[in-house]
Design a protein around this ligand. Sequence first.
Ligand code: BES
Ligand code: ZN
Ligand code: ZN
Length: 484
Amino acid sequence: MVIRVKTTRRKVFEYDAPARVVAVLGGQLSDEGRWLDSQMNGALSRFLKKTRLGSEFGEYATYATEDVEVVLFSLGKRRGHTLEQVREAGVRLAKILARLNSRDVVVENFLASRFGKKESSYALAEGLFLGAYSFDKYKSRAEQVRRNVVIAQGFGPAVDRARAVCAGVYLARDLVNEPPNVLNPVELARRAEEMAKESGLEINVFGPEKIQELGMGAYWAVAKGSDNEPRFIEIVYRPEQASGRHLALVGKGLTFDTGGYSLKPPASMTTMKGDMAGAAAVIGAMKVIAELNPPVEVRAYIAAAENMISGHAYRVDDVLKAYNGKTIEVLNTDAEGRLTLADALAYASEKKPEALVELSTLTGSCVVALGAQIAGLFSEDESLAREVARAAEEAGEKVWQMPMEPAYKRLLKSEVADVKNVGNRKGGAIQAALFLAEFASVPFVHLDIAGPGFAEDEEDNPLGPVGGTGFGVRTLVRWVERRA
Ligand code: BES
Ligand code: ZN
Ligand code: ZN
């Protein structure tokens, strides 16, 4: 659905539109609802009584006459609301609006009296945008539904911000949803270039020669098995006033992960086009950052590759040399993300960012630990960990800090090299994070988004459809803004 969102200073009943949405709290009409009700001579309250709309969040009923459609949307109980519920109400509403006959709708600014017009407008608009998303470019017959939403008594700049942020989330979702035969590393780089050009960002892209010449031996090993060439992508946002300091973002960019010779079983391979969700989040975030103009330089890095099998693919038992000079014994070619990230992290670190946040669909182990909706947050820098966790919370994305247990470091000791790329099965997500820490030499946070990066079924993602979620975009934008 294509959705437009604007605001008006007027109340729901004062704004002329063929469709209106008001809230129901604890089974009763909101203030906006009551004003509208009296304008309609009590028709709404009579309808509400008849429908017996419960006080379950998300329940709704539509009162329709020849010239007006009114949606009564339940926000649950009278009290104890969170801003997250406003966002989720927006998501649900987007779906409800698609089923209305009218294109133009005026919506109450849900819970504005509780959270303030600015915060509630932001959450509602963000929910509407996120919920309206669909990916149907490969469907022969997809009907394009359009809706124009006006938030009554809304705060315009908050909606503008939500629009900018969600444009980044949409881009990230599109990149993840794109099939791997279309979106290979070369195409990922092309899309990043397209975004950079549109947004006025600097971008540098390296191919196989430069990757090898730079000494990115771990990344190259993963990439070389595919006929689709790797692309190392660097995107730079420079604020008007340069301060000399900068922040770095790194995203895992495996456009497909077969597992390599440590081949994945078929059922585990089905979502592996989403193994570039970290890269997608970083590209999406850079688009938003360019739009919002925070006063700090940001550099993003993606080592894009495809993990395939062939006569020139890397093997188990291979020993690789990473960009920072450390040697790695490969014991599992399916632990490829950390190899590509090793070089990206070392390269990013060399430029001395003040802090670095890296996102990757890194381990199935993290999905077992935290499920489909929560990312694992790892850092040896406690204050940076708290900072990123806070940004995530403010942005409405769920993360949970996991320990960087030093005692597990010895699990990565190798007989023949400095480290090996896998330890054992116990605490696999932690071992992966400890491996990454060997290659970053600046304060950094690792977000394992293997769970929330890709929604396999409806329940996995309350903020949108199945497929790419765009997880991380909102957190990264918040973090950069706070840091600036
Ligand atoms: N891309 C996968 C991790 C993954 C799993 C992402 C499920 C999303 C959903 C990663 O490259 C991988 O295969 N990791 C292995 C590591 C193991 C070999 C140590 C894993 O998690 O099984
Ligand atoms: Zn893998
Ligand atoms: Zn992978």
